[in-house]
Design a protein. Structure first.
Lengths: 142, 349
């Protein structure tokens, strides 16, 4: 009867369970994996490469001068993989957006977006300066 | 044994088990984090090497123009804009080039000791040439072709130029091309029946939105298929430094004529009487060149072709069954856009 009435041992087991739950729940605070900083660096490098290659001989500025937004979109799309999303915004020297509609390919494919700014100058006699902001996101891009 | 001791023992067992599980989980989490950090370091290290190869002309800066082996590997043009590659350095990566750079030399010049290296280059716009039907007549055969153009597998509108070369005669058939839908063009070609074994169709396509996206495709009537690389190994052409070297193992071969073709131009090559080299004219055209050469060996026509730059190409390691870290770039070569991929194997410490 004394054995059944002694509740101290049961209390220890309950304490132990509570302690175990506390220890295991602490593990949720440990980040499982860090977000790879490198993939954003690669995306930025890819965006920079696309803009620099396309602007060879001032081609991008010529398309902006002509307001040929469709060709500008096709140019950017041709240099990027199919699994990527991009949004290009063109600003004038006062940072006013001058493209009348979004220059973008599809829906956003990832919540990790990089943004690269690129300045180009018109080859015409008016010598306009444009700032291009290319936002890029992608699945499995390296 | 008192009940409290049993309970204490059980409680301790539960606590110790929970601690062991937690420690194990923590260890695996930390291991994942350590591996991620290693991968970040490896990726940025390899990316720096890839950037160096693409943006650096190497040493000597004109190593592509001759059969020199570079001491420092780089593919950029010596006086170049960003991401502008040298036509000869890229061509020397092609295994069909007589002066092609050996893999061991490429690794040594890249200063890579324990890392596999692979480089591939391709046209931005793909051309697919398909023969859809043929009509056999008495003296000539008529072949119907469909040419599809796409970028990243998406049909792309393009303007086409097409040449047919048969029995030593070159004909421009661009006027016969009909655009039927986005990225699809149809045309017919008439070939003399006795010329089918040596006839060749060369098609250039230029994207309607950017003239720098110009690609070529070559169709062989003999194999009834599109050729990625010249299939004739008895007559091999190597373009380097705007000079065409002609190598053959046919003792009775007489070179009759040669042409250089681009999207906007065609020109006859000035072939030397008995020499094995001739100059390649510099055409003012945002287009790859296709050079075709025709000769006669014991009364039989022999033909071959090559592209300048010699793209598509795959150089270096094939990475079969091993880790491959790929870095892709859009580059310009002679004002034409191409895609280049630089791959590395795993970094072993």
């Amino acid at each position: 009867m004394n054995l059944l009435k002694d509740r101290r041992g049961v209390a220890r087991i309950i304490e132990a369970f509570l302690a175990s739950i506390l220890i295991i729940s602490c593990l949720y605070l440990v980040p499982i994996s860090t977000i790879s900083k490198d993939s954003t660096v690669s995306l930025a490098s890819k965006a920079q490469n696309a803009l620099l290659s396309l602007d060879n001989n001032g081609h991008l500025a010529t398309l902006i001068d002509e307001q040929n937004w469709t060709a500008l979109k096709d140019c950017v799309a041709s240099t990027l993989p199919l699994t990527s999303w991009f949004n290009l915004t063109v600003f004038d020297k006062d940072m006013n957006c001058i493209n009348p509609f979004p220059i973008s390919n599809a829906g956003l494919v990832s919540d990790k977006i990089v943004s690269v700014n690129y300045v180009c100058a018109s080859q015409s006699s008016t010598y306009k300066i444009y700032t291009l902001r290319l936002q890029l996101s992608g699945v499995g891009l390296s | 044994m008192p009940a409290t001791s049993i309970d204490t023992f059980l409680a301790c067992t539960v606590i110790i088990t929970a601690t062991l599980i937690a420690t194990g989980f923590l260890f695996s989490s930390m291991q994942t984090s350590i591996n991620n950090t290693k991968d970040i370091n490896k990726n940025s290290y390899l990316q720096s090497i890839a950037e160096q190869i693409i943006t650096n002309p190497g040493s000597p800066t004109d190593w592509g123009a001759s059969n020199l082996v570079p001491t420092d590997f780089g593919l950029a043009r010596s006086t170049s804009n960003s991401y502008e590659l040298d036509i000869d350095k890229v061509s020397r990566l092609n295994s069909q080039n007589y002066f092609s750079l050996r893999y061991a030399d490429m690794l040594k010049a890249s200063k890579l000791n324990n890392v596999a290296l692979g480089i591939s280059a391709s046209q931005v716009m793909s051309i697919i040439i398909q023969q859809t039907s043929d009509d056999n007549l008495k003296t000539t055969n008529s072949f119907n072709f469909t040419v599809s153009t796409n970028i990243n597998s998406e049909p792309t509108n393009a303007n086409l130029t097409a040449y047919v070369f048969a029995n030593n005669v070159l004909e421009n058939i661009t006027a016969d091309i009909q655009n039927t839908e986005v990225g699809v063009n149809n045309f017919a070609v008439q070939i003399p029946t006795n010329a089918e074994d040596n006839a060749m169709l060369v098609v250039f396509a230029r994207a309607s939105f950017d003239s720098r996206i110009t690609s070529y495709g070559v169709y062989s009537f003999l194999s009834a298929a599109q050729e990625i690389a010249p299939s004739n190994d008895t007559l091999v052409l190597t373009p380097i430094n705007y000079t065409l070297s002609i190598m053959t193992n046919l003792s009775d071969l007489t070179i009759q004529n040669g042409y250089i073709l681009s999207f906007d131009h065609q020109q006859t090559l000035s072939l030397p009487e008995n020499g094995s080299q001739c100059l390649i004219p510099k055409l003012i055209d945002q287009s790859p060149y296709v050079i075709i050469l025709n000769g006669v060996n014991n009364g039989t026509y022999v033909q071959t072709w090559t592209a300048y730059p010699q793209i598509p190409l795959n150089a270096g390691s094939s990475f079969s069954g091993s880790e491959q870290n790929v870095f892709s770039y859009t580059v310009t070569i002679n004002d034409v856009l191409y895609k280049v991929e630089i791959s590395f194997g795993d970094v072993t410490p």
